[in-house]
Design a protein around this ligand. Structure first.
Ligand code: SAH
Length: 238
């Protein structure tokens, strides 16, 4: 497993130190143990976890999107992706993991304690509600989200958390390309602008990935995000 992760990272010019590798090893143990009781991941083969969860989560580092001193919020982190791998690799950035499901939040808190991740906070709640809380609204340099829905839905649930000048980063598969028009319309309503779409395979695989970067250029109007469930039910891009 270590080789799979390290070979992939090497292709991006990234390296793991010993402590970071131990974190990934412990994370894998904890995830697979808890996965027997609560539904965390369908991927249980260590090599696939290394590539499809860990390496995939770390892709923004290959594009210089996250750096020291930044604050990052991960919306709908689930079992902690991409937030936990990013927090392991970036000890000098501060991560807030947002997840609606109580059981997953209990798991995440356990992981953070066991791995001693001093740069991670776990918050239970819906993005649509938390984004209206003063503590979180326009409070982050970067908002990331993986597997949260169509691009316009993702942007409504992430851009309100981003400071002006910061960005939202959506982790997508090849379908991102079809979703771009929806994303562009949503971004314009939310005070954002799609600035880049990075298209790449995960190193040493044929898995095609996309990172859609939306820059925040103006405040998000106070009516966004709409009430929980509405972004998905009536997507802004339609
Ligand atoms: N990002 C993880 C999980 C994706 S599944 C990964 O890529 O592996 C989506 C997760 O987001 C689920 O755990 C779900 O409970 C959570 N979620 C969905 N909508 C949400 C919302 N509006 N606010 C907070 N969490 C949400």
């Amino acid at each position: 497993m270590r080789q799979w992760l390290e070979r992939g990272l090497e292709a991006w010019g990234l390296r793991l130190n010993e402590v970071q590798w131990l974190c990934f090893e412990r994370l894998t143990e904890l995830m697979l143990t808890w996965n027997e009781r609560i539904n965390l991941t369908a991927i249980t083969q260590p090599e696939r976890i290394a590539i499809e969860h860990y390496l995939d989560s770390l892709a923004p580092l290959a594009f210089g999107l996250i750096g020291d001193g930044m604050s990052v919020v991960d919306i709908g982190t689930g079992a902690g992706f991409p937030g936990l791998p990013l927090a392991i690799l970036c000890p000098f950035a501060a991560f807030t993991l947002v997840e609606a499901t109580g059981k997953k939040v209990a798991y995440l808190r356990q992981v953070v304690a066991q791995l001693g991740l001093a740069n991670v906070e776990v918050v239970q709640g819906r993005a649509e509600a938390l984004a209206h809380d003063r503590r979180f609204r326009e409070g982050f340099d970067v908002a990331v989200a993986r597997a949260l829905g169509r691009l316009d839905v993702v942007l409504e649930c992430t851009l309100p958390f981003v400071k002006i000048g910061g960005c939202a980063v959506a982790y997508k598969g090849p379908r991102a390309d079809e979703e771009l028009p929806f994303g562009e319309r949503a971004a314009a309503m939310l005070g954002g602008r799609i600035e880049a779409v990075h298209r790449f395979p995960l190193p040493n695989t044929e898995l095609q990935r996309r990172l859609v970067v939306a820059r925040k250029i103006a405040p998000t109007p106070p009516r966004f995000p709409r009430r929980p469930g509405i972004p998905e039910k009536r997507p802004l891009g339609d």
